[in-house]
Ligand binder design. Structure first.
Ligand code: GLY
Length: 396
């Protein structure tokens, strides 16, 4: 996971839990573990970075539902249910405003194909017991007057909200510090394994970090840590998302009062309005390996699709363009909990739902780190589901 050359291992800082990766998933795991009395360290050269720096922060269990993902839906809904209490606790602990906005979402259709797609989603919502209401184009525009006159209908979903992921990450760093989590600001070079057990991580600076349990929570990089036996290496791959940030001048406010999204010509586009005037427009979904280039084509496609939904968007200042990497797993669901290598746990593969799944991931990992047991709701997400047999790992 690093490009620097290894040098001889030196001193041995040790902890009960060592979390590799200081994105929101690694941080929430560390915070919750430390709150349960475990001495905890995080290995990351820039804690609070990662995919959350790019993410829009939609808490969209309902509008991001896809056919075949009903098991994941249960976990997403549970995390959404925990969000208000989680956000309040984090704000109490740090004093940080997380930009948690209970604004709801409107998913709209621009043409007959989009409308058919949205009708199918509505049927799936009904079959899954989820609250969404079909609206005519006129009713959509009554809710959001900036919508294009051509909008053919939409789904009103009052339970899909948003949080500002950059604020979330910054608050989690502070919460970790307050809970006594130690940050080692280096890249992880290699997992160390002895007598068939993970024993820690060798840092890129040559430091050997020892730990009773290691949690690999390095997002899309999780499958790249040297020393992890092939049988337990997480099958995660990077899926690129390009995202734009615009700002809404006070004279245009309120530009949008809720998240607006659509599938336009087969691509997702969403506009997430923050209370502070920022408008996030995302996101492309590209299987291009480790590439994080912001391309003219990506920006063009997002602006073109967003403009079809909300023509007035072209008046707004464009303040940022950025690309990040979603950590995708083969079934689009996260890998949570122990691997077949004793001492090595995973918290990765959250794909499109990392910000949404932050609260439940912290709770699940804290539970398993303290009891050794995966809670019932997390059992479908065991990393072992990707193995045909629960193979024992050969002692190193
Ligand atoms: N959850 C939104 C995205 O991944 O683009």
């Amino acid at each position: 996971m690093s490009t620097s050359a290894s040098v001889a291992p030196s001193a041995v800082p040790s902890s009960d839990v060592l979390v590799v990766g200081g994105g929101v998933i690694g941080l929430v795991t560390a915070w919750r573990a430390a709150q349960r009395g475990l001495s905890t360290a995080v290995l990351d050269p820039g804690p609070g970075g990662g995919a959350a720096q790019v993410a829009a922060g939609m808490l969209a269990a309902v509008t991001e539902l896809h056919h075949g993902e009903q098991t994941l839906l249960g976990l997403n809904l549970e995390s959404a249910r925990r969000y208000p209490e989680f956000a309040a606790e984090l704000t109490d602990c740090t004093g940080h405003d997380l930009g948690h906005r209970r604004c709801g979402t409107l998913a709209v259709a621009l043409d007959a194909d989009d409308r058919a797609h949205l009708r199918e989603l509505h049927v799936l919502h009904n079959a899954s017991g989820l609250g969404s209401e079909w609206l005519s184009g006129r009713e959509c525009r009554r809710l959001e007057p900036m919508l294009a006159p051509g909008v053919r209908g939409g789904l009103r979903v009052d339970d899909d909200h948003q949080i500002d992921p950059r604020r979330l990450a910054a608050a989690l760093v502070v919460a970790c510090e307050r809970a006594g989590v130690v940050f080692h600001r280096v890249w992880a070079e290699r997992l160390t394994v002895a007598r068939g057990r993970a024993t820690g991580v060798l840092g890129a600076d040559g430091t050997a970090f020892a730990a009773g349990q290691v949690v690999l929570a390095a997002g899309s990089l999780s499958g790249r840590l040297a020393g992890v036996p092939a049988e337990v290496l997480p099958p995660v791959r990077p899926v690129k998302g390009q995202v734009l940030r615009l700002s809404v001048p006070a004279r245009y406010a309120p530009f949008l009062s809720r998240t607006v999204r659509a599938v336009v010509r087969g691509s997702q586009v969403y506009l997430v309005p923050r209370e502070n005037g920022e408008l996030v427009v995302g996101a492309t979904s590209e299987e291009l390996g480790w590439d994080t280039t912001v391309t003219a084509g990506g920006v063009y496609a997002l602006l073109r699709d967003a403009h079809e939904l909300i023509p007035g968007i072209t008046e707004l200042p464009l303040t940022e363009t950025r690309a990040g990497l979603r950590p995708a797993s083969p079934d689009n669901a996260p890998l949570l909990g122990p691997t077949a290598l004793p001492g090595l746990l995973l918290a990765t593969g959250h794909h499109r739902n990392g910000v949404l799944l932050t609260p439940v991931t912290g709770d699940v990992l804290a539970h398993v780190l303290t009891t050794g047991e995966l809670p019932e709701l997390a059992r479908p997400f065991t990393p072992r589901r990707f193995r045909t047999a629960d193979r024992a790992v050969q002692p190193a």
